[in-house]
Design a protein around this ligand. Structure first.
Ligand code: GCB
Length: 596
């Protein structure tokens, strides 16, 4: 799906602001026609934002089910023959949208955009009532999955197997935009390098267009190549490559009849070879973090201030990459990573596909199936939802040079035949949807090399490991020995595959200092990182260190979570913990030695 851009042929109007909002406590909104008239008893709610922490009412924060958003929208005058499209950047986790009482679309999955052509329902120069019902419930057929527990008073309590709070609402911008009746609806760009030249292959979709042509402009707006037709190949002499730390972008200006659409292009290649991860043919070492879209008050609501600030912090620390743990991030984040030259492992919302792990770590689920993959839990329908989600993510992000790999799941069960059967078609679907990038999944410590069944389906080994924290707690001597032994096991099991550590690190309470350097203290975080880094430096096959987490973040309450997960390098309000300085020293030195 194309990102929305303002162009000479397209106008974009933001519908962000303060909308009317109402919780549907009895789940009666649809039956009672809430979409057909101004919401009664509404309260104000900002868009985009999670609603949970905006309010002070606990029952709204913890509501399980549907909430309603509404506002009036002014339609532009002078629409002519243009089409008018209504687009949500995301609504978590499912949404249905009405325009003046007519249902125009519904979408499942909380982290990807959806849009509808509403031209025939509205009048140029008039206004319409826009209503959206957003459902935050998780089931065995959603990603991430979850289940509803009835408490002893019969109330619904949402349970889930992942470790971040189930923020909900309209998390990303809502836009209204126009495009000509015949217009560009999709483009796929694939780049290659030939000596000093760049090759840009493109395929444009523009149904009904009589004439399609493209011009490739450099960052100063100079034309460097052009072609006619919806499909073709451009050669860029002496190309300025997109590279880590050098987010150089060309623009493919696409003309389809009256329509003009600018697609940014970074010329670069990605390849996995001989235990190395190559970008533009050169070995790349990932330095960075798993992150979350998580902020005080706004929850998972996108915010450009925090976007730029977080990148500033990452650059300050010498990071060059991150993983979109554990769901697709806002399009603004991906655009910004492109232009800042950050390298991204793009992850689906498939997190928590592991009943064994959640039982062990986050409290045994009551009355739920004990098997992860079964007819009672994650089943064939979940697999279909997962495949559709992978394809939707790739359709959205395929043209981002920052994306160097797809991660199709975080810490799923991967040590059973059932997990192999579940993931085999999904890995194939990802490769079919994008033959140009490596595909991986992130392995959990419950599936070490002696038990792992799925690694053969993937191009890299991505490991989340907590030696010194969840195991060998506080004992970094044993932790180091066990970490080294496990890495040896992976090298034997998956020869030739590079290993990226996608999580490691202890919970650390900012301000807790300790002469004895014990767990939870800032000193222990320094020591645990130092130990992991010592090990990484000894192993050629390790090509990346992305610690857990960039910043402290909100989770459900629990006996292992004190006001959220505290494994941040930065606090939730983005202040550095003491280990941040050690890591900065290491990463800046690596940056100087290896390039970005
Ligand atoms: C993990 C998960 C991550 C958790 C983290 C932790 O392995 O991937 O979502 O937050 O561990 O802190 O336990």
């Amino acid at each position: 799906m194309l990102t929305v851009r303002q162009t000479p042929s397209r106008n974009v109007f933001s519908l962000d602001g303060v909308w009317d909002f109402r919780v549907d406590r009895n789940n009666c909104g649809v039956d009672d026609g809430w979409y057909d008239a101004p919401l009664k008893d509404s309260r104000p709610m900002p868009v985009p934002a999670s609603y949970n922490d905006v309010v002070t009412d606990t029952d709204v924060r913890e509501h399980v089910g549907v909430v309603w958003y509404q506002r009036y929208v002014q339609v532009p005058r002078n629409l002519g023959d243009d089409r008018l499209i209504l687009r949500f950047g995301s609504a978590t986790h499912a949404a249905t949208v009405w325009v003046d009482g007519s249902e125009v679309m519904s979408h499942e999955g909380g982290y990807l955009p959806f849009e509808a052509d509403i031209t025939d329902l509205v009048e140029a120069g008039g206004s319409f009532l826009l209503t959206t019902a957003v459902d935050n419930r998780l089931s065995w057929h959603t990603l991430p999955p979850g289940y509803i527990h009835k408490d002893t008073q019969g109330n619904d309590v949402q349970k889930y197997m992942h470790d971040f709070y189930n923020y909900a609402g309209i998390h990303r911008s809502v836009l209204l935009y126009t495009r000509p009746a015949v217009s560009v609806t999709d483009v796929t760009v694939v780049t290659d390098i030939d000596g000093c030249d760049g090759i840009v292959s493109y395929t444009v979709e523009a149904e009904g267009a009589k004439a399609v042509s493209v011009r490739l402009l450099d960052a100063d707006g100079n034309e460097v190549a052009r072609a006619e037709g919806a499909k073709g190949e451009l050669r860029v002499d002496d190309a300025h490559l997109w590279a880590p730390g050098d987010g150089y972008l060309y623009t493919l200006e696409i003309h389809a009849d009256e329509d003009v659409y600018p697609q940014t292009v970074g010329i670069r290649t990605v390849e996995v070879k001989n235990s190395q991860f190559l970008i533009n043919g050169k070995p790349f070492y990932f330095r960075g973090y798993g992150r979350h879209e998580d902020n005080i008050v706004r929850g998972k609501g996108h915010d450009n201030v925090m976007l730029v600030h977080d990148f500033e912090l990452m650059k300050w620390q010498g990071a060059n990459s991150f993983r979109t743990s554990h769901y697709p991030y806002a399009e603004e984040v991906m655009d910004y990573a492109d232009r800042e030259g950050f390298v991204v492992i793009d992850e689906t919302a498939a997190v928590g596909l592991n009943i064994g792990l959640s039982g062990g770590l986050f409290g045994a689920p009551e009355g739920v199936p004990t098997k992860t993959f079964s007819d009672e839990s994650l089943d064939a329908r979940t697999q279909q939802v997962h495949e559709a989600h992978i394809r939707e993510l790739i359709a959205r992000d395929k043209n981002h040079p920052c994306v160097v790999m797809w991660s199709i799941a975080n810490e799923p069960e991967s040590n059973t035949e059932e997990s192999y059967d579940y993931f085999k078609p999904l890995a194939e679907a990802a490769r079919e949807a994008d033959p140009t990038r490596p595909v991986g999944y992130v392995n959990v410590m419950l599936a070490p090399p002696s038990m792992e069944k799925c690694v053969g389906l993937f191009d890299v080994v991505m490991l989340n490991r907590y030696y010194g924290w969840y195991v060998d707690t506080g004992n970094l001597v044993d932790a180091e020995a066990n970490l080294r032994a496990e890495i040896d096991g992976w090298i034997k099991l998956a020869p030739g595959k590079p290993i990226i550590f996608t999580e490691y690190g202890p919970d650390t309470l900012a301000g807790l200092r300790d002469f004895h350097r014990r767990p939870w203290s800032e000193e222990f975080q320094e020591d645990m990182f130092a130990m992991f880094h010592r090990v990484f430096d000894d192993v050629d096959e390790v090509v990346g260190e992305q610690m857990w987490n960039f910043a402290d973040f909100q989770t459900v309450s629990g006996i292992i979570r004190v006001g959220g997960n505290k494994k941040g390098m930065f606090t939730r309000d983005r202040l550095p913990k003491s280990a941040a300085y050690d890591v900065r020293k290491r990463w800046l030195a690596m940056r100087d030695e290896l390039g970005f």
